[in-house]
Ligand binder design. Sequence first.
Ligand code: NAP
Length: 268
Amino acid sequence: MELNGSRVLVTGASGGIGDALVGQLCTAGAQVLAVGRDADKLAAAQGRFPHALRALAADLATPAGVDAVAAAARDFGGVDCVVQAAGLNRFGLVEQQDDEAIAAQVALNLVAPMLLTRRLLPLLRERPRALLLFVGSTFGAIGYPGFAPYSATKFGLRGFAEALRRELADGPVRVLYLAPRATRTAMNAGAVVEMNRALGVAMDPPAQVAAAIVQALRDESPERHLGWPERFFARLNRLLPRVVDRALRGQLATIQRFAHSEPEENRP
Ligand SMILES: NC(=O)c1ccc[n+]([C@@H]2O[C@H](COP(=O)([O-])OP(=O)(O)OC[C@H]3O[C@@H](n4cnc5c(N)ncnc54)[C@H](OP(=O)(O)O)[C@@H]3O)[C@@H](O)[C@H]2O)c1
């Protein structure tokens, strides 16, 4: 899709990847409706792009927040593209995560994108062509110890995107899914950064992930997984999951050690 002159709704716009994405979209000539919760961060982005960006603070974990975003999209004059990047990740063994933490990840990463999509589809169908891009994760293709609820939500999101792509195949709305690998944003607690270093897991800068999202929108690429060897392991996990089981068994003691090292105040 040509982004110059297009109207793009971005959730998670106040986050590391979202903020970089909003900047790149505005620079490419798009009009952006930026959704997050942190009004100060959104106002800072608006200050950088006063003519291209409209900001909305909304909590997508609530039905009222989802409704507010849909109403803002209508006021915006409709949208050609929607990028759903809002997300929440808690690092910890399942027994360390309380009910609220698990429910919050499911609500934001899985339920909210489905509810928002349902509300936005009538608007998107008004366009001759429209794009819905879901930001997934490598952990939506590889269930990873220490991230079980998060992995479950991203597997679910990938399934939703795949089914919806097939459901909408005869209409104007194209459904895209892009899975970043580990990225240097506030989403990753200190222990995760340390663990990634110990395990030799690369972390991408958010601007690089944002650029990949922009490219996926331009190419209308249905599914893209970022990073090597992550892309290889995602494929291997589908074909030969026992091989990946063995590889991750070798990492388990390190993952457990870092999960137990996370200070109590950072725990969910
Ligand atoms: N960072 C990684 O390693 C990584 C790897 C793979 C995939 N991803 C995915 O990439 C996407 C962006 O992540 P990021 O790294 O940019 O994370 P981030 O910096 O933590 O940003 C998360 C974004 O989600 C928003 N958000 C959180 N709770 C919300 C709620 N209840 N309602 C509305 N918005 C809410 C935040 O808004 P406020 O800050 O304003 O509350 C923020 O804009 C996520 O979907 C994530 O799962 C990230």
